[in-house]
Design a protein around this ligand. Structure first.
Ligand code: ASP
Length: 338
């Protein structure tokens, strides 16, 4: 029987309604969470890293989860690692692990949209599915995966799409890599993994979402506060208003990395326009471009790249060198029963 490590970090999956507080609050220990798993589960080792709503996580918390996941993933007796997590920021932790934790052991993140006090609580089923995926041979080498609602998503593409639905996690434009189907873990798609070894996160990275007619004050403000990187969720396939160009120019001249992502839920950032503020202008100025990542994940990648690089030139080289876009996806047919 393979051994699976479960790291618990909190989130709705560990919450129940508390009448005194008028709502759901963290309630379950790691042992309580795993007590619901059926007999015949793989051998489990369980560690509670923290018990917080994921909206309360600091970057130090994220790094601590990364360190613990990396330690378990390096244990040769552990087939895979499950991380229970609040759904609000789960995709960012998943992508950080995907990008920075080496090894073949899958890192499977899961959570719940309904607390244990609600009818149809999805936590136990999601946890059980995540354990089975973590123990399954086809998940090996796939990096970080997000398993909820019986779907298996790649950390790079998955995002929380709905505020309340149990089917909230989707990979827009790509779909899931696989599914948990009754007694079977089926993963017909594989994704080439990108790893960037890094000793720390550069925390001084801002994320700014653009909207029509918006002034560039937020970017000015980020620079004034000492940002080392700025991710702009730009309009469409990578456009900013022309009045943003001077501040972007100033940031680049000061060695601040500027990454252009898109506020669209899916798609590559590239366009064929020649007017000011389009992709061409931004590329010629020296901006970097998100390899199909949404704004929050492009921010994680920039924090990793800036944490690993010694200067702006090295950061730009690392950013571009490691770009993997969706076309590296290839088909494979394999499945596993456990
Ligand atoms: N508030 C929760 C969190 O910790 C939401 C969830 O887990 O679904 O992110």
């Amino acid at each position: 029987m393979p051994k699976v490590a479960i790291l618990t970090t909190g989130g709705t999956v560990a919450m129940r309604h508390d009448p005194a507080r008028g709502g759901a609050v963290p309630a379950f220990s790691a042992a309580d969470l795993t007590a619901v798993l059926p007999p015949g589960a793989p051998e489990l080792v369980v560690e509670e890293v923290c018990n917080l709503p994921s909206s309360h996580f600091t970057l130090d918390d994220l790094w601590r989860i990364r360190e613990r996941a990396a330690a378990w993933a390096a244990d040769p007796e552990v087939a895979g690692v499950v991380i229970t997590h609040g759904t609000d920021t789960l995709e960012e932790t998943a992508y950080l692990l995907d990008l920075t934790v080496p090894g073949e052991a899958p890192l499977v993140l899961t959570g719940a949209m309904r607390t244990a006090s609600e009818v149809g609580a999805d936590g136990p089923a999601n946890l059980w599915a995540a354990v089975r995926v973590a123990a399954s041979p086809p998940a090996r080498g796939l990096g970080a995966l997000v398993v909820l609602n019986d779907e298996i998503h790649a950390a790079r593409f998955v995002t929380k799409t709905d505020t309340l639905s149990p089917a909230t996690f989707q990979s827009p434009g790509w779909g899931p890599l696989g599914r948990v189907e009754g007694d079977r873990v089926h993963i017909p798609w594989r994704l080439e993994r990108e790893l960037i070894p890094c000793p720390r996160l550069e925390e001084r990275v801002a994320l700014i979402k653009l909207a029509v007619g918006m002034g560039a004050e937020m970017m000015e403000d980020a620079l004034a506060r000492g940002a080392r990187g700025v991710v702009i969720e730009a309009l469409g396939a990578s456009r900013v208003p022309p009045w943003w160009l001077p501040v972007i120019e100033r940031a680049l001249a000061a060695g601040v990395a500027v990454v252009i992502a898109s506020r669209c839920p899916s798609g590559r950032v590239w366009d064929a326009y020649g007017y000011p503020g389009g992709h061409r202008t931004l590329r010629e100025m020296g901006c970097l471009f998100s390899p199909g990542l949404n704004g929050p994940k492009a921010r994680i990648r920039l924090m990793v790249v800036l944490g690993a690089a010694r200067d702006a030139a090295e950061a730009a080289a690392l950013w571009n060198e490691n770009r993997i876009e969706g076309e590296h996806r290839c088909q494979q047919s394999s499945s596993s029963c456990i």
